[in-house]
Ligand binder design. Structure first.
Ligand code: NAP
Ligand code: GCO
Length: 259
């Protein structure tokens, strides 16, 4: 039996019109899964549907804001009616604000926490009952280097991603007996629209990250697909409450000595 085969599984990836979510969903489709995704507006959902179709993937797209419990509950009910019960949930949707903490408004802080932490709670809470009924489920929360490390200007994001690591452990603890595995996937610094502003060649942060990464490069979304398939598949049925960091070695490395 191919433990990494996702044939017959239905995977919901939040915020997956592009970026990391899109790459993971596309990888799941190639492993046999049926892909369902949401994004915040119809334009993005249509953009995502076109991108999946261009790869020969018939995805199902829904407009829903992960912070809106009514929208999420309605979407899950619609998915179960139109596609089927969700076997795999990837809580991917997220934002970042890079503002010095003392200059960040409480509203800005709350917005990041709402999307990056409350959102995964809301969506997980909506899908777990059907996973319990089905007798199995996989939940993968997209964590971050900021689940372990702080840095200037990302206080809200680090608080959210640190909380997401503990929400991951708590879901694993509370629902493991129902054969639900909940794990984190912790990307390092990845080339996506979210990091474009700090990845400009010659930008000090760009050089900094390359010096902090043993692999001496930014990650790509392709680097995340194999680990994401592992966490969604039967190959990880006894892995629970773990955060799998896919960071090229950043967390293990003090950083290259400046020349
Ligand atoms: P991205 O390119 O900004 O994509 C994020 C996606 O989430 C977008 O489609 C976005 O839609 C959607 N989204 C935002 N708010 C939403 C909401 N309230 N409801 C539904 N969808 C929403 O980000 P990314 O780089 O692919 O990152 C994806 C995830 O990986 C995030 O959780 C991020 O924190 C995490 N991560 C990223 C990196 C990295 O280096 N890129 C590293 C570690 C972790 P809009 O276009 O409308 O915003
Ligand atoms: C930043 C980056 C990071 C990455 C990622 C690292 O400004 O430091 O955006 O936060 O997005 O989370 O794992």
């Amino acid at each position: 039996m191919n433990q990494f085969d996702l044939t017959g599984k239905i995977a919901l990836v939040t915020g997956a019109s592009y970026g990391i979510g899109y790459a993971i969903a596309s990888g799941y489709a190639k492993a046999g899964a049926t892909i369902v995704f949401n994004d915040i507006n119809q334009e993005l959902v249509d953009k995502g549907l076109a991108a999946y179709a261009a790869e020969g993937i018939k995805a199902h797209g829904y407009v829903a804001d992960v912070t809106n419990e009514d929208q999420i509950n309605a979407m899950i009910a619609q998915i179960e009616k139109e596609v089927g019960v969700i076997d795999i949930l990837v809580n991917n949707a997220g934002i970042i604000k890079r503002i010095p903490m003392v200059e960040m408004t409480a509203a800005e802080f709350r917005q990041v926490i709402d999307i990056d932490l409350n959102g995964p709670f809301i969506v997980s809470k909506a899908v777990i009952p059907s996973m319990i009924k089905k007798g199995a489920g996989k939940i993968i929360n997209i964590c971050s280097m900021m689940s372990e490390l702080g840095r200037e200007t990302v206080s809200a994001y680090a608080a959210a991603k640190g909380g997401l690591k503990m929400l991951t452990r708590n879901i694993a603890s509370e629902y493991g007996e129902y054969n639900i595995q909940c794990n984190g996937l912790g990307p390092g610094y990845i080339e996506t629209p979210q990091t474009a502003p700090i990845r400009v060649p010659g930008h000090p942060f760009n050089e900094f990250i390359i010096a902090k990464t043993p692999a001496a490069r930014w990650g790509t979304t392709d680097d995340l697909v194999g680990p994401a398939v592992f966490l969604a598949s039967n190959a990880s049925d006894f892995v629970n409450g773990h955060v799998l960091y896919v960071d090229g070695g950043i967390l293990a490395y003090i950083g290259k000595q400046p020349k």
